[in-house]
Ligand binder design. Structure first.
Ligand code: CMP
Length: 245
């Protein structure tokens, strides 16, 4: 289901309570921080809210990119697949994160597929509106570059891990990546709810399911992590980082 907010170029009515709520949400999205209320209202008016069920494919690798998405609620995985349908998760994004900026900026096809891993609500902005916004409001372009720089740093760390670390180091790196992407930190302890399937973890770490199981058990034995159902807990996040980063 989508709620169409408005058409660009058409005279704008005052903000309704629904739009006021959308303004509140957009104000908290880091890429739109430091924007004046009038500019925020423009974004809200050109945006479209869309809801997806768990498991829905939101974007397909190789499609043409026509819009940028901000996550209002829920979680998505960014994946690449090979010809045999095997997939690797590049990243997991959650509330207030954005995706779809790459093909908007370079005009090429989508660099990866995006799949909802929980019920997800998105705020979609069409390419031309987003490009115009970046021209009109330089702080949006700067925030976008900052986030893209952070993603490049993470990708560099993944390349280092996959090329230079042994299996234990690679599994630890994947756990650290998930902690950063979807973990919640409290008093030095990180909880990762709904850890991805062992096969997904294996693909991310460039190893087998058996190795994931063996390494995670060795971490449990050493008291570095705990498993509670599908939740992984890193008791001392700083210590874990210092051992494996
Ligand atoms: P786009 O190429 O338009 O569509 C797929 C999106 O996935 C892409 O834009 C980015 O927003 C996102 N994406 C691709 N690679 C990564 C990555 N390594 N980390 C986080 N997000 C990514």
């Amino acid at each position: 289901m989508e709620t169409h907010i408005s058409m660009p170029g058409v005279p704008q009515p005052p903000l309704s309570s629904e739009l006021g709520e959308a303004m509140e949400f957009i104000r908290n999205v880091p890429v739109f921080a430091d924007i004046e209320a009038a500019e925020l209202a423009k974004i809200v008016r050109v945006g479209v809210r869309k809801k997806y069920k768990k498991g829905s494919i939101i974007l397909l690798e190789e499609e043409t990119g026509a819009a940028l998405f901000v996550i209002v609620s829920g979680k998505v995985k960014i994946v690449r697949t090979d010809d045999e349908g095997r997939e690797v998760i590049l990243s997991i994004l959650g509330e207030n994160d954005f995706f779809g900026e790459m093909s908007i900026l370079d005009g090429l096809s989508r660099s990866a597929s995006v799949v909802a891993i929980t019920k997800t609500e998105l705020f979609m902005i069409h390419r031309r509106d987003f490009l115009k916004l970046m021209q009109d409001v330089p702080s949006v372009a700067i925030s976008l570059l900052k986030e893209m720089t952070l993603r490049l740093r993470k990708a560099d760390s993944q390349i280092k891990s996959l090329s230079l670390k042994d299996a234990t180091g690679r599994v630890a790196n994947v756990i650290l990546q998930l902690a950063d992407d979807i973990g919640t930190i409290r008093k030095g302890r990180v909880e990762i709810d709904e850890l991805p399937l062992q096969q997904d973890l294996a693909n991310m770490a460039g190893t087998s399911r058996e190795t994931i199981s063996r390494v995670v058990h060795s971490f449990i034995k050493k008291g570095l992590v705990e498993m509670r159902g599908n939740k992984l807990i890193i008791g001392d996040y700083e210590k874990f980082k210092s051992l494996f980063m």
